[in-house]
Design a protein around this ligand. Structure first.
Ligand code: PHE
Length: 449
């Protein structure tokens, strides 16, 4: 019998056939790790906030992760068929209430606040906000269904409401602010023109010179932040990872609520890593948020990503650890390299199953496209529900359709490892059996032995 309501922290929400928040997920709500001042996530938060500080920026946090689908998607211009809205990607309390999937869910609130506070604090034209965010996703060492994002935005007021005729003045004002940003000498790759086919000008609202000015201010501000935290903020990190010079690059991106949009990538130990998304805020959103006579930029970055690099933390599950051997290694205001406590052995086991038959017919009809009623994230959710933080990685190792029977078979390899102790065989066997039974009862699969 499905429950009638779902409780998150101390509030209840009516459940319906969209509800998919599990106990495991609920148990993570309310930790507010970014407020524990000696926690690496809080240390990282402070470091970034120090680059976006008062009086221009207010620094905020949002403790309640429950938002409406309107806040998380609609107001930001997500189309009705955007994959981010699906139940396989997002945790729903019910059909119109979700656990926020990004801090952008609070953009409208903070734009409105800038307008509401204009008399008392006219200089506060920007903000940062940090919060826990939730996504159904794969299981590996850099993905966890709960993580933290920081959103930031900066607005400029136009001399008059009627936008375009004053855009030259606005651009000049923004360019004057660009000149106030301290210079840096790190090489930045940025090959694409600001405005191009993929990143069109919102011509109804913005002039090209205004968008150039906003884009330049955005890029210089974020480059500076990244350079600060990866070089000066992390002498310890730099010292132990060798003299590799910092390299960053801008790549084109797409978000429903910004245009143009970019991602910033950092070259770190041989790889380009995406660390944030950003762009020029679409004017419709500002018009709908009590600030029609302002223009500006916004960014959103993943705190864990940056903290893993700064502190050399090898597994994202560690952030949730209550083990003193983890927690005692960090102190407010300091970037220190994490020393793993002895690494306990990993153990893997495979689980193979046949998907339900009708799904396979549908899939076959669509020439091998993903089976509509089956989504890998559902397997991940079952595994997470049973194994919790004892699961290090889940990967698909075999996928085939039986040529005669037209049934699809999948095999996943589940890697078990505790970060805190050595697991015993009986315990793993029991977990693995439970995962098998749960896959049968929730996804209707047939196990292959
Ligand atoms: N919310 C976006 C994400 O989670 C990031 C973003 C924030 C992009 C603000 C543009 C502006 O991917």
């Amino acid at each position: 019998q499905p429950p009638k309501e779902i409780k998150i922290q101390d509030r209840s929400y009516p459940a319906d056939n969209w509800t998919n928040i599990t106990d495991t997920i609920q148990s993570h709500v309310g930790r507010h790790l970014y407020l524990d001042e000696n926690h690496p996530l809080a240390i990282t938060r402070k470091l970034i906030e120090s680059q976006f500080a008062g009086p221009v920026f207010g620094n905020y946090f949002e403790k309640d992760p429950v938002v409406s689908t309107f806040q998380n998607f609609d107001v930001l211009g997500f189309p009705a068929d955007h994959p981010g809205r699906s139940r396989t990607d997002t945790y729903y309390a019910n059909h119109n209430t979700v656990l926020r999937t990004h801090t952008s869910a609070h953009q409208q609130k903070y734009f409105r606040r800038i307008n509401a506070n204009e008399k008392e604090r006219p200089e506060e034209v920007g903000y940062t906000v940090i919060a826990d965010v939730y996504r159904r996703d794969a299981i590996d060492r850099s993905h966890y269904p709960v993580f933290h994002q920081m959103e930031g935005a900066r607005l400029w007021k136009r001399p008059e409401n009627d936008a375009l005729s004053h855009s030259a003045e606005t651009a000049a004002k923004i360019n004057a602010d660009v000149d106030l940003i301290p210079r840096h000498d790190v090489v930045v790759e940025d090959p694409n023109p600001t405005i191009n086919e993929n990143n069109p000008l919102q011509a109804e609202y913005h002039s090209a010179e205004e968008v150039e000015a906003i884009a330049t201010h955005l890029k210089r501000s974020l480059e500076r932040m990244v350079i600060k935290i990866f070089t000066e903020g992390s002498k310890a990190a730099a010292a132990s990872s060798g003299p590799e010079p910092l390299k960053v690059r801008w790549v084109e991106a797409y978000f429903p609520f910004t245009s143009p949009s970019w991602e910033l990538e950092v070259f770190w130990q041989g790889e380009w890593l995406e660390i944030l998304g950003c762009g020029v805020i679409k004017q419709e959103l500002l018009n709908n948020s009590d600030v029609p006579n302002r223009v500006g930029w916004a960014f959103g970055l993943g705190i864990e990503r940056i903290a893993m690099l700064l502190f050399n933390i090898p597994d994202i599950r560690l952030f949730w650890s209550r083990d003193e051997r983890f927690l005692s290694q960090f102190r407010a205001g300091e970037i220190t390299r994490f020393t793993p406590f002895s690494k306990h052995p990993a153990c893997y086991k495979d689980v193979s199953f046949w998907l339900p038959r009708e799904d396979v017919y549908e899939a076959a009809a669509k020439y091998g496209r993903p089976v509509p009623n089956f989504h890998e994230n559902d397997v991940m959710e079952v595994v997470r529900g049973v194994g919790g933080d004892l699961i290090e990685n889940v990967s698909l190792i075999d996928d085939f359709v039986h040529p005669k029977e037209k049934r699809r078979s999948l095999c996943y390899r589940i890697q078990y490892r505790s970060l805190e102790r050595t697991l015993i065989n009986e315990e793993i066997n029991e977990l693995h059996d439970n995962i098998g039974s749960k896959l049968i009862s929730t996804l209707g699969v047939q196990l292959r032995r």
